[in-house]
Design a protein around this ligand. Structure first.
Ligand code: S3P
Length: 172
């Protein structure tokens, strides 16, 4: 059994790229946020609101371990913060794991996230200008964890298909 893990900052394209890769290599895809939402019967926003971020990080760790230990091959798209809490970064180099960091620049992330912040509790209340500064600092803080992945792919100015091709090159 092999688990292909896609990680990176919010807005880097983890979910979309994971789905597209899944169709090509015919390996099931699981989005960690969706898995947590289904388990809790609550949206990520509602989990943050009702239980707070610390509880979310616990749920996230448990869900990640469950998915890693589940039988069979899978592509797992992590949440943007997953590698940065509960020593989850150590799991990026576990047995039967292939981890890929989808690296995007601050500008790419900012452009994508201004249009897409409502479902992201860490960004929802920020103005567009505040978001740029937030992303810059946050990405810097998180880079150490993201760089624990076995591979990194730059996604700036690439289509989904181009990024999927980059991943296929790693897999073969
Ligand atoms: C988070 C990213 C989100 C989600 C939660 C926290 C983060 O996932 O897990 O809102 O800490 O970066 P996406 O990266 O899929 O938006």
């Amino acid at each position: 059994m092999r688990k292909i893990i896609l990680l990176g900052y919010m807005g880097c394209g983890k979910s979309t790229i994971a789905k597209s890769l899944s169709k090509i290599i015919r390996v099931p895809v699981i989005d960690l946020d969706t898995y947590i939402e289904e388990k809790a019967s609550l949206s990520i926003n509602a989990i943050f609101e009702q239980y707070g971020e610390i509880k979310f990080r616990k749920m996230e760790h448990e869900a990640f371990v469950e998915l890693l230990n589940a039988p069979g091959d899978a592509i797992i798209g992590l949440g943007g913060g997953t590698p940065c809490y509960a020593n989850n970064h150590l799991l990026l180099n576990g047995e039967n794991v292939l981890s890929i960091y989808l690296r995007a620049s601050i500008d790419t992330l900012h452009n994508r996230l201004v249009a897409n912040k409502s479902k992201r509790p860490l960004l929802a209340s920020k103005s567009d200008a505040e978001m740029k500064e937030f992303i810059a600092v946050h990405l810097f803080e998180r880079s150490y964890y993201y760089n624990q992945a076995q591979y990194a792919i730059v996604v700036d100015e690439k289509t989904i298909d181009q990024t999927v091709l980059d991943i296929l090159a790693i897999l073969t």
